[in-house]
Design a protein around this ligand. Structure first.
Ligand SMILES: NC(=O)C1=CN([C@@H]2O[C@H](COP(=O)(O)OP(=O)(O)OC[C@H]3O[C@@H](n4cnc5c(N)ncnc54)[C@H](OP(=O)(O)O)[C@@H]3O)[C@@H](O)[C@H]2O)C=CC1
Ligand SMILES: C[C@H](O)[C@@H]1OC(=O)[C@H](O)[C@@H]1O
Length: 256
């Protein structure tokens, strides 16, 4: 098992990519902390994932908290220590993408997106990194960034900078934390069918367009991203830091 004896915190693990990653980490032997927003639905979804994980003999707990709150990272670390006694891997995955045009972007939508996707993430990564440093045996931090760190989106002008920011944060943290044996990498998913884009992809033309642009001929599924996250979390990636891994079915390179 690739993650035996590691404690993994994953934010936004109640649904979508985070949920698939949490399940796969647990299958690979990790003790998992399932982060979620703390809403009624988020808590319910997290509890159902704990049941799934326990059913195959895995270990998991849930911790609710707004990803935009700079204190949520400390709360997640405290939850991991209370339940499992260590933090070995931190996966920053929670995020939102409320599609909106640029010229009339409401300030509150912009600020909520940046605070949820990037500002809170900064402090959560800092909290996890300090714990790993104090433990003295290194660790792995993975940001779920996006293909959108590298390319734009006309309805995502508030969102793409947060993904570029996470990508950049992992590069700089790789330098800052390398001396402690803490590796920092990002995954850049393409278009993965989840709740975040359910409404956007309900438009059949858009769905067909995004599918046709993907060389592998289909949109991604959350499980497609789980494997790359497990790899980067594991000792198989022990000399990989400051890297970013596109997980997009070839979407990025498909110019013509
Ligand atoms: N789907 C895609 O095509 C792509 C997604 N990504 C990124 O992947 C990540 C996960 O997205 P995806 O799985 O698609 O989305 P989902 O909408 O399926 O899941 C989002 C997750 O984030 C949590 N979350 C949302 N807001 C908050 C908040 N304020 N505080 C704490 N948790 C929160 C949700 O928790 P709760 O259930 O409690 O609401 C949920 O677990 C995001 O960062 C997204 O930007 C990147 C590239 C492509
Ligand atoms: C939400 C979008 O469909 C999704 O998120 C991203 O980061 C990419 O832009 C995807 O298309």
């Amino acid at each position: 098992m690739l993650l035996a004896d590691k404690t993994v915190i994953i934010t936004g693990a109640s649904r979508g990519i985070g949920r698939a990653a949490a399940r796969e980490c647990a299958r690979q032997g990790a003790r998992v902390v399932i982060g979620h927003s703390g809403s009624g639905q988020g808590t319910e979804a997290a509890l159902s994932l704990i049941e799934e994980i326990k059913a195959f003999g895995g270990q998991a707990v849930e911790v609710g908290g707004d990803a935009a709150d700079p204190d949520t990272g400390d709360k997640l670390v405290a939850g991991a220590l209370k339940a499992f006694g260590s933090v070995d891997v931190f996966v920053n995955n929670a995020g939102i993408c409320p599609f909106h045009s640029f010229l009339d972007m409401p300030r509150e939508v912009y600020l909520k997106t940046v605070n949820t996707n990037l500002n809170g993430a900064y402090f959560a990564v800092q909290a996890a990194a300090n714990q790993m440093k104090n433990q003295g045996k290194g660790g792995a931090i993975i940001a779920v960034s996006s293909i959108s760190a590298l390319v734009g989106g006309g309805m995502q002008t508030h969102y793409t900078p947060t993904k570029a920011g996470l990508h950049s944060l992992m590069q700089s943290c790789a330098i800052a934390l390398g001396p402690y044996g803490i590796r920092c990498n990002s995954v850049l998913p393409g278009t993965i069918a989840t709740d975040i884009n359910k409404e956007d992809l309900a438009d059949e033309e858009k769905l067909a367009y995004m599918t046709s642009r993907t060389p592998l001929g289909r949109l991604g599924e959350p499980d497609d991203v789980a494997g790359p996250i497990v790899f980067l979390a594991s000792d198989m990636a022990r000399y990989v830091t400051g890297a970013s891994l596109l997980v997009d079915g070839g979407l990025f390179v498909n110019l013509q």
